[in-house]
Design a protein around this ligand. Structure first.
Ligand SMILES: NC(=O)c1ccc[n+]([C@@H]2O[C@H](COP(=O)([O-])OP(=O)(O)OC[C@H]3O[C@@H](n4cnc5c(N)ncnc54)[C@H](OP(=O)(O)O)[C@@H]3O)[C@@H](O)[C@H]2O)c1
Length: 341
């Protein structure tokens, strides 16, 4: 299976390592032989039809801050996604909700040229998931995105499994570890929002520009992906009511605590298909009251109760395992169709 990879940061490098380390197991257990044949970052490109060496790529990136040769002037990432000779195109480039078009166009170009696609970049799905799914179907290709929600915690796979024998009628979820850490620290130490955010940044949980997390957009994007995938809602991020956590005060958190409750940033999908992200109180004993930077997803089922999945929602190696799961799924589906990819 020839792989073209766009993005070689935390997740891209973890994926290269995971493929290299897991090579023998992937071959023995699944007959899968993934080869990185083209890898690019924002300014450079490496390619080799026989496959690139992961360790060498990571070392080159570390020492030169480039994965390969500089992109030639006029390089067009969309036509690259279309013409690169590969079976699967993987997008691990930054999520940019303000400008999702280039990444979306890259995925469409890859699908249109007969490649399967995997993305951990949430923005294309947040704005155009129904169109991307339809495009994949039209082209007879697969698009997979396991790592976009929950990173390595199999939120979407769990939703698929439980929806087989039941109906998911609602979801309440903590989908952003950074905001959960900030609210948890405020509750356990009495910290203000600003000092808890500074601590989250010091620990590397929050970006220098934390807006995507604390203003609720990251949760909203994941909620949209979950709503499309788990409940068949053809929806997008502009339909989500979003309130972040900047205005949550230590007094509010203390009042919740005195009442036996905790304030959490909850993404919710109702049975009628309404999507919202907002700080809400949950009982301290609730399965959603998870500490530190954990994620939690509670599904409401028509007959099967309210199963809750808890796990880490970020991390390079964790997200890479989700991409490997997607690769195995694409390979296995291909075998079932008689293809050798
Ligand atoms: N990290 C996580 O825990 C996690 C979990 C789930 C999902 N994700 C998603 O995975 C993606 C990657 O995250 P990350 O943590 O690996 O980010 P990162 O460390 O910032 O790496 C991003 C990589 O993409 C490259 N890049 C920038 N613009 C590009 C473009 N237009 N085309 C192709 N490559 C481009 C960057 O190039 P340079 O190296 O040249 O700057 C860098 O190599 C994001 O969409 C993120 O939301 C991350």
């Amino acid at each position: 299976m020839r792989i073209a990879l766009a993005g070689f940061g935390v997740v891209g490098q973890a994926l290269a390592k995971s493929i290299a380390d897991g090579r023998a197991r992937l071959r023995t257990e699944y007959g899968l032989d993934p080869r990185l044949v083209a890898v690019r970052d924002s300014r450079s490109l490496a390619s080799a039809t026989g496959g690139l060496d992961a360790e060498a790529l990571i070392q080159t990136k570390k020492t030169t801050n480039a994965v390969g040769s500089p992109l030639r002037p006029g390089f067009d990432p969309i036509s690259w996604a279309q013409t690169v000779a590969a079976d699967v195109y993987i997008d691990t480039s930054p999520t940019d909700l303000r400008n999702p078009r280039p990444a979306t166009a890259g995925l469409l170009a890859a699908l249109g040229s007969g490649k399967h696609a995997i993305t951990v970049n949430k923005a294309p799905l947040a704005v155009a998931m129904p169109a991307l799914l339809e495009n994949a179907r039209y082209n007879g290709r697969m698009i997979r995105f396991s790592g976009t929600v929950g990173a390595g915690t199999p939120v979407l796979a769990t939703a698929t499994t439980i929806a087989r024998g039941d109906t998911i009628t609602g979801v309440e979820a903590i989908l952003n570890g950074t905001t959960n850490y900030i609210l948890w620290l405020m509750a356990t130490s009495g910290a203000t929002f600003d000092s808890a955010l500074a601590e989250a940044q010091r620990l590397g949980y929050a970006e220098t520009d934390p807006g995507n997390d604390v203003d609720g957009f990251d949760t909203a994007m994941k909620l949209v992906i979950l709503a499309n995938h788990a409940m068949g809602l053809a929806t997008s991020v502009d339909r989500v009511s979003i309130t972040g956590i900047r205005a949550v005060s230590p007094d509010e958190i203390a009042a919740a605590s005195a009442a036996g409750e905790a304030v959490k940033l909850i993404g919710s999908i109702t049975a009628s298909g309404a999507l919202s992200v907002a700080p809400r109180r949950v009982p301290a004993a609730s399965a959603l009251n998870v500490p530190r930077n954990l994620n939690a997803v509670r599904f409401t089922l028509a007959s099967g109760g309210e199963p809750t999945l808890v796990g880490r929602g970020a991390g390079g190696p964790e997200t890479a395992t989700a991409i490997v799961r997607d690769l195995i799924e694409i390979h296995t589906a291909g075998l079932a169709r008689g293809s050798t990819c």
